[in-house]
Design a protein around this ligand. Structure first.
Ligand code: AMP
Length: 220
């Protein structure tokens, strides 16, 4: 199954994508994680992306789309994928649709995790992320078993530069201006499902699984 997770920064896309990918046996593909890895490795893409990420704005489409399409060409994507953080504007959505249709494939569902603005800033400023595997934690929940260490890989937890309040405002503005139109884009194509992100993590996951199953078996 090929799924997209939509929603503002702080909606819980990363946490849910990790769990859903495990349950569905799909590849978890997060463009933000890919950029952070490229920055850590000091690659040319990483150097370019950092300029934009530090300001909370989108990395240019020509860099992002090519990186994503190359990733989709890897063998693990053949069993289905969950996109987390892509597409983030209409031209990315169109490029994705075209690339998939060239491969005789499609997006099965775009799952929107709805969280109101007033909740997001608190979630983002309280977020800690594993430097090695990018698993997100929060000062409220989920918390790591050992403080400062990742449960999955033992990596060091840190606060992302762009999770500081000055940059968050900008990321939310970019979301409203560039990413919100995606809701209508997928709704018009009969792919959109909404799930409340303001409930316990396990309940959000249950709703996402149900929403994605409801789309399985539909004629493409
Ligand atoms: P995320 O980890 O999804 O919150 O993304 C962190 C940052 O990476 C964003 O604020 C953007 O600067 C950049 N980024 C991630 N995904 C994309 C994308 N699809 N298009 C452009 N920039 C992106």
């Amino acid at each position: 199954m090929n799924l997209i997770l939509l929603g503002p920064p702080g909606a819980g896309k990363g946490t849910q994508a990790i769990n859903l990918a495990k349950k569905l046996g799909a590849a978890h593909i997060a463009t933000g994680d890919m950029f952070r890895q490229a920055i850590a490795n000091g690659t040319p893409i990483g150097k370019k992306a950092k300029e934009y990420m530090d300001k909370g704005v989108l990395v240019p489409d020509e860099v992002t789309i090519q990186m994503l399409l190359e990733r989709l060409g890897q063998p693990d994507s053949k069993n289905g994928f969950i996109l987390d953080g892509f597409p983030r504007n209409i031209s990315q959505a169109e490029a994705l649709d075209k690339a998939l249709s060239d491969r005789n494939s499609t997006i099965d569902a775009a799952l929107l995790i709805d969280v109101k603005d007033s909740e997001l800033i608190g979630r983002l400023t309280g977020r800690w992320v594993c430097r090695t595997c990018q698993t997100p934690y929060n000062v409220k929940s989920p918390q790591p078993k050992v403080q400062g260490k990742c449960d999955r890989c033992g990596g060091e937890l840190y606060q992302r530069e762009d999770d500081k309040e000055a940059v968050i405002e900008n990321r939310l503005k970019v979301y409203r201006e560039q990413s919100l139109p995606l809701i209508e884009y997928y709704s018009k194509r009969g792919r959109l499902k909404r799930v409340s992100g303001e409930q316990a993590i396990g309940n959000v996951e249950k709703d996402l699984l149900e929403a994605s199953k409801a789309t399985a078996g539909r004629v493409k």
